[in-house]
Ligand binder design. Structure first.
Ligand code: NAI
Ligand code: MG
Length: 332
C-alpha cells in the first residue's frame, strides 16, 4: 500500500473553503481544533439540547472559540460537511438536516465509512464523498498534533464529484497532522469492514472476554481479586505495549523463558483454531450487512441490550476492585 506523507498533500486545496464539523464530541473537537490551528476555516454544527437537556458539546465548542450553529445552518454555510456524530445518528440527522444542503461541488466527509457503506446515507452524485480517519483515539490525536507531529491516518474517496476529492481529503489529513506520521489510502468498504472486524473480534470483543474469564477463574478458585486484577488486566497493558513497540518476538525476548514456553504450551489450547471459524462467520455478518442491521435496529429501539450489558458490567467484581486499585496506585 502506498503511504502518503507531507509532500503528497497540499493544504491550499482547503483555501477559501469552510469545513463544518458536525458533532463536537471526542473526534469532532480534536479534529476541529487541529484543522483550525493549521489555518483552516472551521465552524461547528451541533444541537443546543440533547434529549431535553443542555448539550455540553455545544457549550464546549463555544468556549473553544468556534462559531457554533445548529446542524442545518452549519451544513448550509459549509463547503465540506464533516459528520462526526455517533454512527447510529448519521442517517437520521443527515436526512432531517443535512441532505438539502448537499449541493453540487460540496464534499461530505466522515471518519468511519459505516453509513455510506450500509447506505444509511445516499449522497447526490455531484458531491465529493470522502473519509479521513485517524488510527488513534481523539486524545492521542490532539496530543500528537500539539507535540508537532501527528497520528497515522486513513483516507478514502467513495465519490469524486468535483475531480478534486482526493486532494481535498489529503489536505484535511495534512491539516490534522496525519501526513506527518503517514496516511494510507483505502476504500470505504475496507475501512468499515476491517474496523468492525477488529473491534468485534480482537480489540474489544475478544480481549474483554479473555480478561473477564481469566479474572473469574482465578477468583472463583479463591485467589485474591486484587492479585487477579494485576495478572489479567494491569499487566495486559504492559505486554501489549511491548508488542506494539517491538513486535511479538521482541515481546517474547523480554519476558522470561518460562513465560514464553507457557505461551506456546497453553495459548493454542485456550485460543484454538476453531476461533478462526467464528471470526470468519463474524466477517461474513459484517460484509453482508447483517451486523449493521442488528446494531441500527438496537439503536432505534433505544439500545436496550447495550444498556443492560453496561449495567451488568458496572456490577462485575473486576470493575469494582479495578476502581479501588487504580485509585490506590495512581500518582498522588
Ligand atoms: P461522540 O460520542 O463523542 O459524539 C459526538 C457528538 O455528537 C456529541 O458530542 C454530541 O454533541 C453529538 N450528538 C450525540 N447524539 C446526537 C444526536 N442524537 N443528534 C445530534 N447530535 C448528537 O462521537 P465520536 O466517538 O467522536 O465519534 C464520531 C465519529 O468518529 C464516528 O463516526 C466514529 O465512528 C468516528 N471515529 C471515532 C473514534 C474515536 O476515537 N471515538 C476513532 C475513529 C473514528
Ligand atoms: Mg477502529
Amino acid at each position: 500500500m502506498k503511504i502518503y506523507h507531507e509532500s503528497d498533500a497540499d493544504i491550499s486545496f482547503l483555501k477559501g473553503k469552510t469545513v463544518a464539523v458536525i458533532g463536537y464530541g471526542s473526534q469532532g473537537s480534536a479534529q476541529a481544533l487541529c484543522m483550525r490551528d493549521s489555518g483552516v476555516k472551521v465552524i461547528i454544527g451541533e444541537t443546543e439540547k440533547l434529549e431535553n437537556s443542555e448539550n455540553p458539546s455545544w457549550k464546549r465548542a463555544k468556549e473553544d472559540g468556534f462559531e457554533v450553529y445548529n446542524i442545518g445552518d452549519a451544513a448550509s454555510k459549509a463547503d465540506i460537511v464533516h459528520i462526526l456524530l455517533p454512527d447510529e445518528f448519521h442517517g437520521p440527522v443527515y436526512k432531517a438536516e443535512i441532505e438539502k444542503h448537499m449541493t453540487k461541488g460540496k464534499a461530505l466527509c466522515c471518519s468511519h465509512g459505516f453509513n455510506i457503506v450500509y447506505k444509511e446515507i445516499v449522497p447526490p452524485a455531484d458531491v465529493d464523498v470522502i473519509m479521513v480517519a485517524p488510527k488513534a483515539p481523539a486524545t492521542e490525536e490532539r496530543k500528537a498534533y500539539l507535540a508537532g507531529f501527528g497520528v497515522p491516518g486513513l483516507f478514502a474517496v467513495a465519490q469524486d464529484g468535483t475531480g478534486k476529492a482526493e486532494q481535498v481529503a489529503l489536505a484535511m489529513c495534512k491539516a490534522m497532522g496525519f501526513t506527518r506520521a503517514g496516511v494510507l489510502k483505502c476504500t470505504f468498504e475496507q475501512e468499515t469492514y476491517e474496523d468492525l472486524f477488529g473491534e468485534q473480534n480482537v480489540l474489544c470483543g475478544g480481549t474483554v472476554d479473555l480478561i473477564k474469564y481469566g479474572f473469574e477463574v482465578l477468583t472463583e478458585a479463591g485467589y485474591p481479586p486484587e492479585m487477579a486484577y494485576f495478572e489479567v488486566l494491569h499487566e495486559l497493558k504492559l505486554i501489549v505495549d511491548l508488542v506494539f513497540e517491538r513486535g511479538i518476538q521482541g515481546m517474547n525476548a523480554v519476558i522470561s523463558n518460562t513465560a514464553e514456553f507457557g505461551e506456546y504450551y497453553n495459548g493454542p489450547k485456550i485460543i484454538d483454531p476453531s476461533v478462526k471459524d467464528r471470526m470468519r462467520e463474524s466477517l461474513k455478518l459484517i460484509e453482508n450487512g447483517e451486523f449493521a442491521k442488528t446494531w441500527l435496529a438496537e439503536a432505534r429501539a433505544g439500545k436496550p441490550n447495550l444498556l443492560k450489558k453496561r449495567a451488568d458490567w458496572a456490577k462485575h467484581p473486576i470493575e469494582i476492585v479495578g476502581k479501588e486499585i487504580r485509585s490506590l496506585f495512581e500518582k498522588k
